[in-house]
Design a protein. Structure first.
Lengths: 430, 520
């Protein structure tokens, strides 16, 4: 075979979603020589919010103000849920290590004294989450205090209507108006996209122009909400600068995905992980894995020449169907890379409910890899498939992150558990 | 309580009701059409979109075959904007009944249908996706028809002549006195308000619901229901309509329409009209059967499925429901001592005009009106707001006449703001509210690869921008729209459509929390 490069490492992290990114971060912070492979496409669907847990039990639609209390209840109710395999103190450490890293990289997060916060969405709904990006934090407080507010949208930015948001929020935040603006210097552009706007605000002159457009619209408003376009990695500077010029606090409202807050997270990991020594292979997927002696061999890319990665351990963080960590044909759900057994609920007619919004959630969302307490996927006989193979993130069975609002928290906490399990294994063997 | 007067009340906003309203309006008769939901909510909106040459019926129903042939020829001339004259093929594959194949050309000739034998090589040249197990092929003059545009155009002309379409208006009862319906009681389902319509004559054109409506007037009809499910493919699979040359069975017709193809159907007897949606089992069955004629269907991406109900008159209902007469029934309830009430049911999309003519003849005879039927000779004009249902049309128009400010709200099917604007106008003219479902019925919004995930958000936001929506009604509208689409997507969730469904749930539930919004 035509091989371009041979790479040797301790740990190969497969997947470039939130779980893969977090696993690489934790591994790098612990001095593990790490290679991460995957296509970072799914993470940009993130809204930038770091959910921990807001709904449990799903079928009752019970929402929790305090996610830590919800976690206690969950681990009693659902022993197979991945959260139930992790100590609360470890979940806490995993989250704070991630948030510290993001803050050091320019993406500050805020939390409401261990409680969930309500973030305004572009549909005008209020989404419960745990860690809130600094850029959205003023909105959380404004919604709470019900100050006179103004929400602004941008001509040409589809799927974001300030009028829709204010109309929908009226019962909980009556004192909020809406206005539409023209984004500076983009008068000739008809279909506006968030990324060019966010990047243009790196230029101070553009910020000034935007502030000049917003300022006369403020009137009695004490706070202004805008679509999430306040810069990229420089969002804190952009926000501060604009607030100084318009004289009132600003907050971002996440737009339809892919949105800027998701993109910021991706760019941050892509930029900072290599500085920590992680070798990234973000343009390719792993096409095959085999094991020789005590070493995994990963072939990366489909066309020759391929890269070959030799690793002592592997963390599988390939996601669900969207991330291609799971695949379904008309009859069964498979894990395509290693053909690990996949827990699945019955036959296809049982995978999905008749009603999309069925409060119980769809059974297929419980499908995934079953693991032991050290986050090792199980083989057909119920034993770990390999001592040094771990799994993290949404590929894990017995969780419904979309309904429980626990996506990022689950990704981060299980990545933490998987990296620690790998460390334990290697320290024992080495 | 509001009360309206009209000459004829037509119950049912499907193609039959639309055809009757147009026919009567052209004869100078004023109508109100009352529809419980929206246009084509029943079988008119859930069929193949096939303009039958009649060849499908030559072996078991020569009358229906000839009706189809005559009406098909007529509509190709008079409603050409609604029709794509694709032509059709009947093909047999190894193992199909040889006697049936041998009789086919002869039976077609008897019904005056132009069926031409083509060689296997020629058939596979015409349609390269056909199975290599082909043993016989005939060309027939089948075509595909857009049932939504056809209904909208009929209503459009009826409206321009003074008739009125009331959507979201459910008939709840009749006041009867001296063998006549004096008033019909209705409920506006948007507001919950009751109102009355006084009409000289009431026509029950409610399709599968005809039995229930008739029962409200104390008349009994012995109607049976046969559900048929169909599957829409992501791409157009063939140029022509493809029929399996065998007695009617599952999944033996593939009809192209614009940029997609429709495969079906099944035939399942059902007892009630409550839950009409396709099941996983039906869809798997359709695909496996269809693949024996066209192997590529096995791997083709499907984007949605739907089900319709064939109303069958009880006396016709022995054996396979598809083999009973697909003719229509015009019931004059004068026989039940109700002098101003008629029911029309059964029939096919292809013969809708003839059904309307027969109804209008009866109605006019009863009312002493001698005006002749004009729909047999006058072309059906194309109405504004009635042209955006055809797959692939909006993109063509958008590319041709693109105003730079006219951005796309639906990217999969390329539906721009201007199309939505014109639909909003037309919905207002039909006494309706332009919500997402109403726009979906009248356009390709939500019918593309994203299954409505993104276009529902963009279009919802646009409806607020244009002032069509207030308060939080956008959330309800999106929920209703997504739920409606879900019914048709649910049986198809494997491979790529499953990935799309996961993305949709990640956005609507994971990110927006729409499923628990009202509980916070």
């Amino acid at each position: 075979m035509d091989v371009e490069t041979e790479i040797h490492c301790d740990l190969a992290v497969i997947g470039a979603g939130m779980a893969g990114m977090a696993a690489s971060l934790f591994a790098a912070n612990r001095g593990i020589d790490t290679v991460q492979i995957g296509i970072a496409s799914q993470i940009i669907f993130s809204s930038g919010l770091l959910d921990l847990l807001a709904v449990h039990p799903v079928e009752e639609g019970r929402t929790w103000d305090n996610p830590w209390e919800a976690l206690d209840r969950l681990s009693g109710d659902l022993p197979d849920h991945p959260y139930s395999r992790i100590k609360k103190s470890h979940i806490r450490k995993a989250l704070s290590e991630t948030v510290v890293f993001l803050a050091d990289s320019g993406l500050a997060y805020q939390v409401n004294e261990e409680r969930n916060s309500h973030v305004i969405t572009s549909l005008g709904t209020r989404k419960q989450t745990y860690y809130v990006p600094r850029t959205m934090w003023n909105g959380v407080q404004a919604l709470h205090e019900k100050k006179p507010g103004l929400i602004i949208d941008i001509r040409g930015l589809r799927g974001f209507s300030a009028r829709q948001i204010t109309e929908t929020l009226k019962p909980v935040w009556p004192g909020v108006r809406h206005e539409r603006i023209e984004f500076p210097d983009m008068r000739s552009v008809q279909e506006m996209y968030t990324e060019p706007m966010a990047r243009s605000l790196a230029v101070p002159e553009n910020r000034k122009k935007l502030a000049d457009i917003i300022r006369p619209l403020i009137k009695d408003a004490r706070i202004v909400g805008v679509p999430a376009i306040l810069g990229m990695q420089d969002s804190q500077d952009v926000q501060q600068d604009l607030e100084d010029m318009i004289g009132v606090p600003l907050f971002e409202i996440p737009t339809m995905p892919p949105s800027i807050p998701g993109l910021r997270i991706r760019e941050t990991f892509e930029m900072k992980l290599p500085e920590k020594g992680v070798r990234l292979k973000y343009r390719n997927r792993v096409s095959r894995i085999s094991k020789n002696n005590d070493e995994f061999l990963l072939e990366v890319g489909n066309d020759a020449p391929v890269s070959r990665i030799h690793a002592r351990g592997v963390i599988l963080a390939t996601g669900r169907f969207l991330g291609k960590g799971l695949y379904a044909d008309r009859k069964t759900i498979r894990e395509p890379l290693l053909d690990l057994p996949v827990y699945q609920p019955g036959v296809r007619p049982e995978w999905h409910r008749f009603d999309f919004m069925d409060p119980r959630g769809h059974l297929i969302n419980q499908a995934g890899l079953e693991i032991d307490n050290r986050f090792r996927p199980l083989d057909g006989s119920g034993k770990p498939a390999d001592d040094n193979l771990f799994a993290a993130g949404s590929i894990l069975a017995h969780q419904d992150w979309m309904r429980m609002k626990c996506g990022s928290g689950l990704a981060i906490a299980t990545a933490y558990a998987a990296v620690n399990a790998f460390l334990k294994t290697t320290s024992k063997n080495g | 309580m509001d009360s309206f007067q009209t000459q004829v009340l037509v119950i049912g906003g499907g193609i039959t009701g639309a055809g009757i309203a147009r026919d009567l309006s052209l004869r100078g008769v004023n109508c109100i059409i009352a529809e419980r939901y929206d246009i084509n909510a029943g079988a008119s909106g859930a069929n193949h979109g096939l303009l039958h040459s009649g060849a499908r019926y030559v072996s078991n129903d020569a009358t229906a075959a000839e009706e189809c042939r005559r009406e098909g020829e007529l509509l190709k001339k008079l409603a050409c904007d609604c029709i794509e004259d694709t032509g059709g093929l009947f093909v047999a594959i190894q193992g199909d009944d040889e006697n049936f194949v041998a009789d086919f050309p002869h039976l077609c000739a008897q019904s005056g249908i132009d069926a031409q034998a083509v060689s296997i090589e020629e058939a596979r040249e015409l349609e390269p996706v056909l199975s290599d197990r082909l043993v016989a092929a005939y060309k027939v003059p089948d075509a595909s028809v857009d049932p939504f545009k056809l209904t909208l155009d009929n209503f459009h002309q009826a409206r321009s002549l003074g008739s009125t379409l009331l959507r979201h208006s459910e008939v709840t009862g009749f006041e009867i006195d001296a063998q006549r319906i004096v008033r019909t009681k209705l409920k506006n389902l948007l507001t919950g308000e009751d109102f009355f319509i006084e009409a000289e004559l009431v026509v029950n054109a409610s399709g599968a619901w005809a039995k229930e409506i008739a029962a409200l007037a104390g008349c009994s009809i012995n109607l049976l229901y046969s559900k048929g499910s169909l599957l829409v493919t992501h791409n157009r699979v063939t140029r022509k309509v493809i029929n399996r040359l065998r007695p009617s069975s599952n999944a033996d017709i593939l009809v192209p329409g614009g940029t997609v193809s429709i495969l079906g159907t099944t035939s399942v007897r059902i007892d009630t009209l409550d839950a009409i949606f396709p099941t996983v089992k039906e869809i798997d069955f359709i695909l496996e059967e269809g693949a024996s004629m066209i192997p590529a269907l096995e791997k083709a991406r499907s984007i949605r499925a739907y089900s319709g109900v064939r109303p069958l008159l009880g006396s016709q209902s022995t054996g396979d429901d598809r083999n009973v007469s697909r003719g229509f029934a015009l019931l004059d309830h004068a026989e039940n001592d109700l002098d101003n009430f008629v029911t029309i049911t059964g029939g096919k999309l292809t013969t809708y005009r003839l059904m309307a003519e027969k109804v209008a003849d009866l109605v006019c005879g009863r009312m002493g009106i001698s005006a002749p039927c004009l729909t047999r000779t006058e072309a059906l004009p194309s109405g504004a707001g009635a042209k955006w249902t055809k797959p692939g049309l909006a993109p063509k128009m958008w590319v041709k006449h693109h105003d730079p400010d006219d951005t796309l709200l639906c990217e999969c099917e390329m539906v721009p703001k201007s199309v939505v604007d014109s639909l909003i106008d037309s919905i207002h003219l039909q006494n309706g509210k332009p919500d997402l479902k109403a726009l979906g019925v009248r356009s390709r919004i939500g019918k593309g690869a994203c299954q409505g995930t993104f276009c529902a958000l963009r279009t919802g936001a646009y409806l607020y921008d244009t002032g069509e929506m207030e308060n939080d009604e956008g959330l309800g509208s999106i929920r209703a729209f997504i739920s409606e689409r879900w019914r048709g997507i649910r049986p198809l969730l494997w491979d790529t459509p499953l990935i799309q469904a996961e993305l949709q749930e990640a956005i609507y539930c994971g990110m927006f929390g729409l499923e628990i919004h009202d509980r916070q």
